[in-house]
Design a protein around this ligand. Structure first.
Ligand code: ATP
Ligand code: MG
Length: 202
């Protein structure tokens, strides 16, 4: 399974709806400093709900909404409702996730063609509050539904699907015991350790 396309709309520096294609084996994003390369990765973390664990670069969720004043020209952000959304389109043409798994997670039969898994997250800011929504193939659902589904495809919040800046150095400086934890994560054992601990806790 791989990311086929990313659609950013009002997210960070992407004030206009932007589609970014990803290829099956290798995609490189290049551009000058500050042009938004890392914002693309932040978009993936945001949409898949991995933001908290993998260090997205924002203090609060609403900082992720496109702000025309960000580049320094003091235009500021006007009042009223503002929103950002990111859609991660995953290629599921190999059927890694079957239809019933997707239907189950979405809580609806109406998920369209599951050869594509579309995970969308939207954050909306009003004058005094903000709201966050998740969608799976167009159906509104909870983050935990999406996370359970993605876990079945080997994508977990603590997983190493994303190697962030500094991760390599961190891994080198770990104790062997800590490093073993990474192997457990990748092998999928850690998930059961966590569930076991939760169960004992209850
Ligand atoms: P580098 O090569 O230095 O790593 P980069 O291409 O990774 O650069 P990013 O960090 O992705 O660049 O982008 C930073 C830019 O995003 C900055 O110019 C910043 O002003 C802009 N930016 C961040 N948040 C917002 C926002 N909410 N609204 C508008 N622009 C934003
Ligand atoms: Mg960068």
């Amino acid at each position: 399974m791989h990311i086929k396309e990313l659609v950013l709309d009002g997210f960070k520096s992407f004030g206009r709806k932007t589609r970014i294609p990803f290829y099956e084996d290798f995609t490189v994003v290049t551009g000058p400093n500050g042009s938004g390369k890392s914002n693309i990765i932040d978009g993936v973390l945001f949409a898949l709900g991995l933001a908290r664990t993998r260090g997205i670069r924002a203090e609060k969720l609403t900082d992720l909404i496109y702000n025309p004043g960000h580049a320094g020209d003091d235009a500021g952000r006007g009042g009223g409702t503002k929103e950002a959304s990111v859609t991660v389109v995953l290629d599921n043409s190999d059927g890694k996730l079957d239809r019933s798994q997707v239907v189950n997670a979405a809580g609806s039969d109406d998920v369209g063609d599951v050869s594509e898994i579309r995970v969308k997250r939207r954050v909306k800011e009003t004058d005094d509050n903000y709201y966050s929504y998740y969608y799976l193939n167009g159906r509104s659902c909870n983050l935990s539904d999406i996370q359970d589904l993605l876990a079945q495809a080997g994508i977990t919040p603590e997983g190493y699907n994303v190697v962030m800046q500094g991760d390599v150095t961190e891994i080198i400086n770990m104790t062997p015991y800590q490093r073993r934890g990474i192997v457990d994560e990748i092998a999928g054992v850690a998930e059961f350790d966590a569930k076991k601990e939760d169960a004992f806790g209850e």
